[in-house]
Design a protein around this ligand. Structure first.
Ligand code: ADP
Ligand code: MG
Length: 666
């Protein structure tokens, strides 16, 4: 159901929601909080000094507002709390004045100073909190508040909902799970912690069950049903192509190519994972796979997690095939309808041999002529794609996954254990380790000198900051916009510095990327949009501000953007905090080692990406924290698959969508 049908969704709200990719009522309902505030109301006499507490009381005097500076105002009033009269001070909330009527019961969060009998409030709540309240906190866009979003979500629950429930009945019975709607409701509006816990358990289980289903389905399917495409390929032609590449393949790359070659020619369909660190040469191996597929007369598709990355793959793969007759196409969401239509047509007519794109590849009614090989980044296998509508004339495509997420062995065995896997460990020849240093902000000068030196040597630099722009000046984090000003000043505008971030228009992003690629831009400041896959070999330095804000796997991915040729590269982690994981980065360039350390150091590693970077794969589960559940899900999913394969999951229509997406056949 369209999100426009929700009461309270006008054009403004619609705009915010679409920024969050929420288009249907179901999307909105499944947009879960990323954490909760636990608010417990206590009597004032119990309030410990210097601790943030929540109290209730009745407004005893009209609030008075004084303006201290342009950006600073103070409001004061007296509050009657359990019979005590105290003075309340709150800064920069004068907009609440009209709601603070004499005699109104309110809840305040803040600190109480006994000596001065003053309560300094950080926030005021107007809805009555009984003894405690669990308040959901959502990832938001500017203009939308958690409260506003909550309101819309509560409206959704009044509507007739069509929520898919992916836990089979017998498992719901076995584990006594609550039903989908109740648990979704409890996730948004938890009445107490025990119901929240139950709901979360159910959602975590469901997410991991789907995940393990996806990891294991094809394997079992192919064991049962072996019809591959029966390709015929002249190996000499493949070798010729490999020999014409501008470099020699590493031994691991060659092994992976051979694995793929054997899979593609065997009577069995391929279901293979290529696991390798960033920059290890997976994309290159995938291209050779597409070439083999082309030689046997089929189309290939390659899905990337972001538009920037899809465009980048498109450019580099077009280049890889420039001396062949292969026609490469691009399909991403932001393209004009007419451009898309042209691609649709050429695709259906078989004029396009390789189609690169984002999720748009399978969600927009694309019709392939004869799709024989599907390559996808692991991210896309998570969750359920509600809008999948791929058509491929019943051809049984081979499937290849690429993953740059090095994970500790135990986890890898559980997750990937049943898949055919090729691991690329060795780095391309001549690659040097990236020299990494943690630097305090006060020593930034040293970094600036080094930056100038690198640029003098003809190289380019990435800079990453955690924020795009700090509009309220509230945070003490570095942001992209301010850093540009800083760098421009430091370099006296002699060095071209530009910014790139998710809120820019696509055309602007492309223009900046193109200018960076051709070397005109020397320093590119961005958020983690560039995290995945961007490949500009001339970049030799990565400078990450507020490095303590990023998890190890993100830092490792970011650093992987440099060190892409035989020139020495550098990574500076700017941080004023002594965070152990930054030391790990100084110590090692090995993604597998780093992932082991990550799991040792953090209760919850940011395995499979972080929500901040927008590439979060799990909404609610956490592989490490929920490892026991994962193991159970693996067992349950395997059983579920083997018991239902023969009659094609007839009893479980909700799985047909997932299966279709896994199989790439209609
Ligand atoms: P990944 O997909 O694993 O991040 P890519 O395939 O994109 O890695 O390779 C990273 C860079 O290294 C690309 O610029 C690619 O052209 C180059 N490259 C790949 N394989 C080799 C190799 N064997 N020798 C030298 N350079 C290579
Ligand atoms: Mg790549």
């Amino acid at each position: 159901m369209d999100v426009n049908l929700v009461k309270g969704v006008g054009s403004k709200a619609f705009e915010y929601l679409s920024k969050l990719n929420l288009y249907t009522v179901e999307d909105l309902i499944l947009y879960y909080p990323y954490r909760y505030n636990f608010i417990k109301v206590i009597p004032l006499i119990e309030a410990p000094e210097d601790e943030i507490v929540t109290i209730k009381g009745i407004i005893d005097t009209e609030p008075r507002v004084s303006y201290i500076k342009r950006n600073l105002n103070r409001m004061t009033f007296r509050l009657n709390t359990d019979g005590y009269l105290i003075n309340v001070t709150i800064f920069n909330r004068s907009f609440y004045r009209m709601h603070l009527k004499l005699g109104r019961l309110i809840t305040l969060i803040g600190r109480y100073d006994r000596k001065k009998n003053t309560f300094t409030a950080n926030d005021i709540k107007f809805d009555l909190i009984k003894d405690y309240k669990i308040e959901p906190v959502y990832h938001l866009v500017k203009g939308l508040t958690s409260k506003g979003l909550s309101k819309l979500i509560s409206e959704c629950f009044r509507m007739r909902l069509d929520l898919d429930d992916y836990i089979p009945d017998y498992l719901v019975d076995k584990y006594k799970f609550m039903n989908k709607k109740d648990s979704a409701y409890a996730i948004h509006f938890p009445a107490n912690t025990s119901i929240l816990k139950k709901a979360r358990l159910r959602e975590i289980y469901e997410e991991l069950f789907i995940f393990m289903f996806k990891m294991n389905y094809l394997k079992h399917k192919y064991d049962l049903n072996n019809q591959g495409l029966g390709r015929k390929v002249d190996r000499h032609k493949v070798d010729e192509f490999i020999n014409a590449l501008p470099f020699a393949l590493t031994p691991d790359q060659l092994n992976a190519v051979n694995d793929i070659y054997d899979d593609l020619l065997s009577p069995k369909r391929m279901n293979r994972l290529i696991l390798g660190d960033v920059g290890s040469g997976k994309t290159c191996v995938a291209s050779i796979g597409m070439y083999i597929n082309y030689l046997s007369g089929y189309q290939s598709s390659m899905m990337a997690p972001t538009e920037i990355l899809a465009r980048q793959h498109y450019a580099s793969i077009t280049d890889t095939f420039k001396n062949t007759d292969i026609k490469v196409g691009l399909l991403v969401g932001s393209m004009k309808k007419s451009e898309k239509n042209k691609i649709y047509q050429e695709l259906e007519e078989g004029k396009i041999d390789i189609l690169i794109g984002t999720h748009a590849l399978i969600s927009e009614g694309v019709k392939f002529n004869n799709l024989g090989l599907v390559i996808t980044d692991e991210q896309h296998r998570f969750g359920v794609n509600q809008r999948s509508n791929l058509q491929n004339k019943g051809i049984m495509s081979d499937v290849l996954y690429l993953s740059a997420t090095p994970i500790p062995r135990t986890y890898a065995l559980t997750i990937y254990g049943d898949m055919d896997t090729s691991i690329i460990k060795t780095k391309p020849n001549g690659r040097k380790d990236i020299i990494t240093k943690v630097v305090k902000e006060k020593d930034l000068k040293d970094v600036l000198y080094h930056m100038v030196e690198e640029i003098k040597n003809g190289h380019q630099i990435y800079v990453v900051a955690p924020l795009i722009e700090d509009e309220n000046g509230e945070s003490n984090l570095n942001d992209v916009v301010k850093l540009k000003e800083k760098f421009d000043m430091a370099f006296h505008n002699n060095i071209r510095v530009e910014i790139l971030h998710g809120k820019m228009k696509n055309a602007d992003k492309d223009a900046i990327m193109a200018e960076y690629k051709n070397g005109n831009i020397k320093v590119l400041i961005s958020t983690t949009v560039i995290e995945v896959g961007v490949d500009v070999k001339n970049s030799t330095m990565m400078v990450i501000f507020n490095a303590e804000r990023f998890g190890l796997s993100t830092l490792h991915q970011l650093r992987g953007r440099v060190g892409r040729n035989d020139v020495q590269s550098y990574c500076y982690l700017i941080s004023n905090m002594d965070v152990p994981r930054l030391k790990v980065m100084e110590e090692s360039n090995d993604g597998f080692y780093i992932s082991e350390k990550d799991f040792e150091l953090r209760g919850e590693g940011d395995l499979f990406g972080t929500r901040q970077s927008g590439d979060m794969v799990f909404k609610i589960a956490n592989i490490r924290r929920d490892f026991k559940i994962l193991l159970q899900c693996k067992k349950d999913a395997t059983e579920f698959i083997t018991n239902n394969l023969v009659d094609n999951f007839n009893k479980y229509p909700e799985f047909h969508k997932i299966i279709k997406e896994l199989e790439f056949i209609d």
